[in-house]
Design a protein around this ligand. Structure first.
Ligand SMILES: N[C@@H](CCC(=O)N[C@@H](CS)C(=O)NCC(=O)O)C(=O)O
Length: 218
């Protein structure tokens, strides 16, 4: 049985969505955000204090997009992965890494300096600069989704899950009004997927059952 530690709306949504698309069985453990402060006992499980944290037998992982990659291979074969024999293999891997390192990194600075820091440490300048940074990097997704429905392999894959989460986070940060037309249409398509809706429902249900309130969204 796979165990996934998750906070409402956080990056651990990537593996949660992946698990739903795979139809794998898993246990979802909800934590208040940030667990480092509000669930100190979690540090004994994951000394980083970050989420996601996934346990699968002896395997323990902390990187949201890396966990999706692992799940696709370990619990595949699945059309959610693009293999080395396919022409989009490199493009697929590029999106997998791009999702967190390039897209979500600037988003976390927006989140931190608009919501997470105490009032006196918030910084509109940092937030504006890194919102621009994020939107600049998002041009790659705008260009890629002009003529195709999904990012790689001619079908919905794990690359769409990991990039799709960055779009969800952008939405909660109030940045989706700046999406170009292709990204806006792509994001609308992703949200219609049953797997996405099931992941949202699983997140809400687990929060209610475990008494962990959803985060206030702006
Ligand atoms: N690169 C990691 C980052 C993990 C991470 O920093 N997660 C954030 C939430 S989205 C977190 O746990 N923050 C709480 C903290 O830093 O204490 C990933 O892709 O999963």
């Amino acid at each position: 049985m796979i165990t996934l530690y998750h906070c409402d709306g956080a990056r651990s949504f990537r593996p949660l969505w992946m698990l739903e698309e795979l139809g794998a069985s898993y246990e979802l453990k909800m934590l208040p955000f940030p667990p480092r402060v509000l669930a100190k006992e979690y540090l004994a499980i994951n000394p980083l204090g970050t989420i996601p944290f996934m346990i699968d037998g002896e395997t323990k992982m902390t990187e949201s997009s890396g966990i999706c990659h692992y799940l696709g291979i370990k619990h595949g074969p699945t059309p959610l992965m693009v293999g080395p024999e396919e022409k989009d293999f490199g493009a697929f891997l590029n999106w997998m890494y791009f999702s967190d390192a390039t897209l979500t990194f600037p988003q976390t600075l927006v989140l931190r300096y608009t919501q997470l820091e105490p009032e006196e440490r918030r910084s509109p300048q940092v937030a504006t600069d890194y919102a621009k940074w994020f939107l600049g990097r998002l041009r790659a997704v705008e260009a890629a989704t002009g003529h195709v429905e999904f990012l790689s392999g001619g079908r919905f894959t794990a690359a769409d899950i990991v990039i799709g989460y960055a779009l969800r986070l952008a939405d909660t940060l109030g940045l989706s009004k700046e999406f170009g037309p292709n990204v806006a249409a792509y994001w609308a398509r992703l949200q219609q997927r049953d797997g996405y809706q099931r992941a949202l429902a699983a997140e809400e249900r687990a929060g209610q059952e475990q008494g962990v309130k959803p985060r206030v969204r702006p």
